[in-house]
Design a protein around this ligand. Sequence first.
Ligand code: SF4
Ligand code: SF3
Length: 543
Amino acid sequence: MFCNQCQETAKNTGCTINGVCGKKEDTANFQDLLIFACQGLAFATIEARKKGIDTNVESKFITNGLFITITNANFDNAAIMKAINDCIALRDNLKTKANINEKNDALDWKGTSEADFNEKAKQVSTLFFDKDEDIRALKQYTLFGVKGIAAYAEHAFNLGFEEQDIYNFMEETLVMIARPMSLKDMLDWLVKTGEHGVKVMALLDKANTSTFGNPEISKVNIGVGKNPGILISGHDLNDLEQLLIQTEGTGVDVYTHSEMLPANAYPHFKKYKHLVGNYGNAWHRQLDEFETFNGPVLFTTNCLVPPRKTTTYNDRIFTTGAAGMPDWKVIDKKLANGHKDFSEIIELAKKCQPPTAIENGEITIGFAHNQVLALADKVLEAVNSGAIKKLVVMSGCDARQKTREYYTEFAKQLPKDTVILTSGCAKYRYNKLQLGDINGIPRVLDAGQCNDSYSWAVVALKLKEVLKLDDINKLPIIFNIAWYEQKAIIVHLALLYLGIKNTHIGPTLPGFLTPNLLKIVQDNFGVQTITTVEEDMKSFGLC
Ligand code: SF4
Ligand code: SF3
């Protein structure tokens, strides 16, 4: 196996034995083979569209295939192998329908046994993307960005929002990877990836806000009630809505977990009184927190952590969509109205003990772009009067490495005249600190999930317009972003596309960047990594 797609990759070069995330060698190989199968299907969709054939089913399949291979989404070999077989069947069907006679390995390859799959998987890892290490790294970089695009596109299409251009770009990228490319063309492709990152986040924002309303300032209970509960994790708001409908009046409460926390700020979800709050913290603490939750957990997307040998909750965990773990149950049945059938989870919840409290109190969320712009006068007044000196974007992901304590310390040591703008699960490193407010504006403004980092781009562009600046980099905003998986990669590429320079990303720079590419991103975009809190405070001009 070879996998270098996330921040925790072994020795910051690549996992080659078992993944640091717990992904086994065969799983990693099958995921590579699924990407290869999606490449074949992408060749077919592009050709079929030229002949006027509708490829919506295939495009959605490719989107889900890419999502399955995101860090901590799916560890289930059987599910991945089924996806490979389904992908090949769709490809062959389209080849016949569109009369595609072109020959290439991804369009033609077929395996009949697990041994065939294993054999082929070893020949299609990202290490074979190109002989030139810079081009290879750039192909990996774009693929990882496209995986992030796929995740957001899937949430959007689950709510009925789609853009053909986004599907086209994902599929053209898969095909491009198999072609010889120059360094210049690859760098241009990377910029286009960032552009499509902005597009897909805007699309998902439209899907979420037009379906569930604009997030508003909300206090969220982090304690527990007396009823049994279901914990819902991941990012898919459509799944949450269906679960809330089905649990209404059953005596079972619903709690959000990790990246589902921001759902509590949408007006639409507030009508469900049995959505009682958020339980726990960022994804990597699930090994302990699922034990004390006592009831069933539903994963709608990443981040799943393979259970310990001593874990007692395996029979209470369910997955749906792109997520999967061997031995955890999968929700794939549908009700007559087309919604997913969550009755098994609800029946199990009724037999479980209520959650054990691990925290008490409330946290304040709901600062997505609409809410922040509604407060724009107040924020501008504070900026103009000097009450707010700097806005510090600390969006992104959290993960388990000790070095991540940096972000808690950084938040604590920020001068009192700074405000943190956050989104993604990175916030759990500091969203429960009592950092106070500035003239009534809380010092931690949480826009939502990782995709809601889009909100900070909207706010920055608006501030640039109101303050009549000619360059976004002249705003009093600094970027100190924590990354982990491929959704953070697309968020960062989107920021670079928008012309935002001098971003710090950490706790380490991506392992897939070669020394040459590191120099290019540093020279062109001023990308840096973190050092110590004290040094970085100085380099950001914060002390
Ligand atoms: Fe390693 Fe990350 Fe890949 Fe897991 S996802 S195998 S930790 S690089
Ligand atoms: Fe977190 Fe997995 Fe990335 Fe959506 S839940 S931000 S790591």
